[in-house]
Design a protein around this ligand. Structure first.
Ligand code: 6R9
Length: 661
């Protein structure tokens, strides 16, 4: 973000007070901030009481081995029991847990908590029969169908950590994740519906399984397949098992077992600054506490009356915390939608809100911006008056989008909660509270009660109001990551080495985001300060895409930058030097390379632009100066080139681009 945009942003002076009615009955009130500040651990102990524990903890937090935290030490619980069975036991078995809406119109199904309990039990029995034991990893590669949630909960029920891989990822990405966490079983579907057509998943699993075996000698023992679209699939009887032959026939009775509070719940892979994705590890008691508390507090959830809808995919952390674990732990009723927002028509989401009377809606700025572009006539054609709280997540929300969201979707009534958090934080950290905060368009405001954050200089000094710096979390929190799967050192290096001396040597958590405090001390998260891009709210690493490009036989070198994009926030722009023997690469070289990245990583990583260049701008120490490439990609005057080893390189690049070669 340029300095100019930044200072414009900080001049934003519109304020939206909480609606009186909401404030009067808000779940969390102003006092919570003081209460949490006074006795942090006591506050978090109270939040853990939202869950049902089989054995109570002896100690709230053990931080003696920082940065490796233990929360609710000695406590035992089962996450699936907390998300499902206990609601049935409390007499809410007939309550709808999930209103599932398939992409094809009229393909829908509402599932009660009692039905969910039966299905999760069946899946737990079936997974056990397939040889999955406590501690074994299960990879999930599925469309947005109820079976995906059922599988996650079944894994939690038997203590088998899951790793959900986004269905849009390629077989290579799936294979590397399966290998990294040594998944024993993969659960998938023949396909899912996207943009009005069935899109296959099973072939990618077959390929990933073969790659894992050939390249890394890792055997996926079983593949459990849901029949969703009915499309043709290759079948290997020794490995593949149909869901309808196993899960659907299994007993609906399953005795859950309590696990230690620190038992691994799941691993979620996310992009870091190197080519290799990091497996972020979350454990049970603290994570579930964080999800349940924040989902209740930030969305002001009233489980008896609200209908909640989060549009994320379960392949991302938002789907884990705010579709599966938070809402279900709270016994909420929610909508789960399979497809794309514009299928079969542009107003599909608004039709769903109208049909189910959705009251709380949580989506991403990139989606809001695309709706803004389509015009307000589309949402205006629907009755959206049921909405009472709107949420945003994934990237900074620009004030225009915030105001449009509030006015057009929220009828100028609903607070907008701009929630900042990360895969690593597990749950929302910085956000307005809908019944307390006077919202400012574009600001995530202040840490929620129980969370401590600051904006600091390189040296670790807290910046004064009106200044910017790095965002840090200064105290541990229950839903924090417990590490990177199989790589403790990378965990320390990535998050804790930068401010290792802070807090008496316990360190602060470095989030990788830049932020600014405005003159009121409210926080504005500005985006990544490392080589991570944010495209449509999805994290992508520049290095990961660069390595995909150089794996192409015609490519000698590649540099990738995230350039500002009106629709997707940032877009992937690649600068590529071809190998001499590739000549000019041929007419279709640009398309060839874009598709190559798509094949290697997935469609979200496909560059918007590939520019073939003769040289890349490098410093004397050989570091690519991405800042200059960003200037080119964003059509700006190229900035200061004095630190380049060869300052004529930028002329070469710009010259080549304007001559269209
Ligand atoms: C939940 C999620 C995390 C990164 C994070 C930041 C960006 C997320 C934001 C936001 C500004 C917000 N981010 N929410 N930036 N305002 N409200 O998105 O997790 O995929 O791990 O991405 O996304 O840059 O560091 P994840």
């Amino acid at each position: 973000m340029s300095e100019e945009t930044l200072s414009n942003l900080l001049k934003e002076d519109r304020r939206f007070e909480p609606p009186a009615e909401l404030a009067a009955h808000a779940n969390l009130t102003e006092e919570a901030y003081a209460r949490a500040a006074e006795d942090r651990e006591g506050f978090w102990a109270e939040q853990a009481e939202r869950l049902t524990w089989s054995k109570k903890w002896d100690q709230v937090l053990d931080w003696s081995d920082a940065p490796f935290a233990k929360w609710y030490v000695g406590g035992e619980l089962n996450a699936a029991y907390n998300c499902v069975d206990r609601h049935v036991e409390a007499g809410n078995g007939d309550k709808v847990a999930i209103h599932w809406v398939g992409e094809p119109v009229d393909d829908k199904r509402s599932i009660t908590y009692a039905e969910l309990q039966a299905e999760v039990s069946q899946a737990a029995n079936a997974l056990t029969d397939l040889g999955v034991g406590t501690g074994d990893r299960v990879a999930i590669y599925m469309p947005m169908i109820p079976e995906a949630i059922v599988t996650m909960l079944a894994c939690a029920r038997i203590g088998a950590p899951h790793t959900v891989v986004f269905g849009g990822f390629s077989s290579d990405a799936l294979a590397s994740r399966v290998v990294d966490c040594q998944a024993k079983v993969v659960v998938t579907a023949d396909g899912g519906y996207r943009r009005g057509a069935p899109s296959a998943l099973k072939p990618a699993v077959d390929e990933a399984r073969a790659k894992a075996a050939e390249r890394d000698g890792h055997t996926v023992e079983k593949v459990l397949v849901v029949k969703r679209t009915g499309q043709e699939v290759d079948w290997d009887d020794s490995v593949d098992v149909w869901w309808h032959d196993s899960v659907a026939r299994a007993s609906t009775e399953h005795q859950w077992q309590a696990f230690d509070s620190e038992h691994p719940l799941y691993v979620m892979y996310t992009s870091g600054t190197t080519g290799k994705p990091k497996g972020i590890l979350h454990t049970t008691g603290g994570y579930l506490t964080g999800c349940a508390y924040t989902h209740w507090a930030v969305f002001d959830l009233k489980p008896e009356t609200d209908v909640y809808w989060c549009t994320a995919d379960i392949g991302w952390v938002t789907g884990h915390s705010y579709i599966v674990y938070g809402p279900l732990a709270n016994g909420a009723t929610q909508v789960l939608y399979e497809g794309t927002p514009d299928s079969p028509e542009k107003g599909r989401w608004w039709q769903v809100i109208e049909e189910y009377g959705v009251t709380i809606f949580y989506t991403a700025p990139t989606a809001i911006r695309s709706f803004m572009k389509q015009g307000r006539e589309i949402p205006d054609a629907r009755d959206l008056s049921s909405l009472r709280v709107l949420g945003s997540v994934g990237e900074p929300i620009n004030p225009e989008a915030y105001v449009w969201y509030r006015q057009v979707i929220g009828g100028d009534r609903t607070p907008v909660v701009d929630t900042w958090w990360q895969t690593e934080t597990g749950a929302i950290m910085i956000s307005p509270l809908p019944g307390v905060t006077a919202g400012k368009p574009g600001s995530a405001m202040i840490p929620i009660p129980g969370v401590s954050a600051d904006v600091v200089t390189e040296e670790g000094e807290s910046v004064p109001n009106g200044s910017g710096g790095y965002l840090v979390l200064t105290e541990p929190w229950p839903s924090m990551l417990r590490g990177i799967w199989g790589d403790d050192q990378r965990y320390r290096d990535t998050y804790w080495s930068r401010y290792a001396e802070a807090d008496g040597g316990k360190g602060w958590y470095f989030a990788g985001d830049g932020a600014k405090k405005d003159t009121d001390g409210d926080l504005w998260v500005l985006g990544r300060v490392d080589d991570v891009m944010n495209v449509s709210g999805h994290r992508l690493s520049t290095t990961e895409i660069e390595s995909a490009l150089v794996s192409h036989p015609k490519v000698a070198e590649a540099a990738v930058v995230g350039a500002k994009d009106e629709d997707t926030g940032q877009a992937v722009c690649a600068f590529v030097i071809l190998r001499d023997e590739a000549g000019d690469g041929g007419e279709d070289i640009v398309e060839e390379l874009r598709n190559h990245v798509r094949k290697e990583i997935g469609a979200i990583a496909k560059p918007r632009q590939v520019m073939i260049v003769p040289e890349l701008p490098k410093t004397r120490s050989g570091k690519i100066m991405r800042r200059l490439l960003r200037d080119v990609a964003e059509h700006r005057e190229v900035g200061d080139v004095t630190t380049l080893a060869d300052s004529t390189v930028m002329d070469l690049i710009s010259g080549r681009l304007t001559s269209g070669k």
